[in-house]
Design a protein around this ligand. Structure first.
Ligand code: PMP
Length: 392
């Protein structure tokens, strides 16, 4: 059971708002904010540079987060690279496909734009898995091509629009047997579920810290050690280089080679604090709490006969969110009317235009839950929704 004191860690909740948009960005607990303030107040220096005490502490704190991530995700076979977020990580992977001997990517049109737009930008060769009529993605579609030699499967562990959880262990295992690489976008997974990176054995995992109670502008990219040496930087500058002459550049190894320029030091240190925060509560406790709330929301929506996106998905295949539509009403109008009643949900096309356009003419209304939510929030949400349905 989650302790109700947890809510006291989120100062934003003192406003009285009901925040049901964790899938867009989670609220930030005071322990994360305090840890970042500690960096700015007590050892505000650059990392890997200053030969003085502040610099040493900053570097130690920053580098220590790599081990924290490794332990959290059982990622001992992986290099931990800090990026600006999931979008950058996805682009970095696409940029590197030729260096990894990859000739074709397989993606799903159910997915977030971060996994669709980059291949178009980088002109990669791609096979797009179409969206089924009911929106429920069939994992078997990924394997209809037979051999995956020189292919990469690039897909989310949880789709941000439909909330469907994919069986990443099975997908990765099958793709590997067929000779392909696997890149998993874990952005919608990390706030409420554990990741055993070594066991699942994908080649890449990535996500943004702000999805799991960490700061914005920071992301984690895990790269399998056996392929890391083939990765080239997408941007160039200081800190990634061991030697620069008039016409030659030598790079450090991974991860520094991929972290050009001054990194988001406070963001990385805050990411470490967000991992501590979740681990202190317990990932299993967080998972049980969010699933319980989600179950209540789905039950209440069904009682009101509100059309749920991918309603056939069982609760255990839903990752922290549910989307729905209100027939005859635009999702935007509903979310604005809810917002005026202090209920904050997401609406529209959710950075996943293909799937939202396929399943609705009016966008989705998406409710997503976190450890900052409780049953009172859900009751207030439905009170407000009932008023909106009656009064608009
Ligand atoms: N992938 C998924 C599945 C997401 O939900 C999001 C955020 N909506 C992203 C990628 C992009 O994350 P960011 O904007 O932090 O780079």
């Amino acid at each position: 059971m989650i302790n109700s004191n947890i809510r006291n860690h989120f100062k934003a909740l003192k406003s009285g708002k009901v925040y049901l948009d964790t899938a867009a960005t989670s609220l930030t607990p005071d322990t994360v904010i305090n840890k970042m303030a500690e960096y700015y107040n007590e050892y505000p220096s650059n990392v890997h540079r200053g030969n003085y005490a502040w610099g040493d502490v900053a570097t130690e704190e920053y580098e220590g987060v790599r081990d924290k991530v490794r332990d959290w995700c059982n990622a001992h076979n992986y290099e931990v690279v800090f990026t600006s977020g999931a979008t950058f990580s996805s682009n970095l992977i696409y940029y590197n496909l030729p260096n990894l001997g990859i000739k074709k990517s397989i993606i799903s049109l159910n997915d977030h734009h971060a996994n669709i737009v980059p291949y178009r930008l980088h002109n990669s060769n791609v096979e797009q898995i179409p969206i089924p009529d009911n929106g429920v993605f069939n994992e078997e579609e990924l394997f209809k091509f037979g051999s995956l030699d020189a292919h990469i499967l690039h897909i989310s562990g949880v789709f941000n629009a439909t909330g469907q959880i994919l069986d990443i262990e099975k997908i990765t295992h099958t793709a590997k047997e067929l000779g392909g690489l696997v890149a998993l976008d874990m952005s919608q997974h990390m706030s409420h579920d554990t990741l055993d990176a070594d066991k699942i054995n994908a080649d890449f995992y990535y996500w943004s810290s702000h999805k799991h109670y960490g700061p914005t502008g920071t992301g984690i990219l895990l790269i399998k050690k056996s392929i890391a040496e083939h990765m080239k930087p997408l941007i160039g500058g200081g800190a990634q280089v061991s030697n620069v002459t008039d016409n030659k550049t030598e790079f450090w190894g991974i991860p520094l080679k991929l972290e050009a320029g001054t990194p988001n030091i406070a963001g990385v240190i805050g990411t470490g604090a967000s991992i501590d925060f979740m681990q202190k509560i317990g990932m299993d406790v967080i998972h049980a709490h969010t699933q319980n709330l989600l179950g209540i929301i789905i039950k209440e929506l069904r009682e009101r006969k509100i059309p749920i996106i991918c309603d056939e998905l069982p609760l255990e295949q839903r990752g922290g969110l549910v989307s729905f539509t209100i027939p005859g009403q635009h999702s935007y109008d509903v979310s604005v009317a809810l917002g005026l009643r202090d209920i904050y949900v997401r609406s529209g096309k959710l950075c996943a235009h293909p799937v939202v356009n396929k399943l609705s003419d009016n966008g989705f209304i998406r409710v997503s839950v976190g450890i900052n939510n409780n049953e009172v929030d859900i009751a207030r949400f439905f009170d407000a929704l009932d008023q909106v349905l009656i009064n608009g």
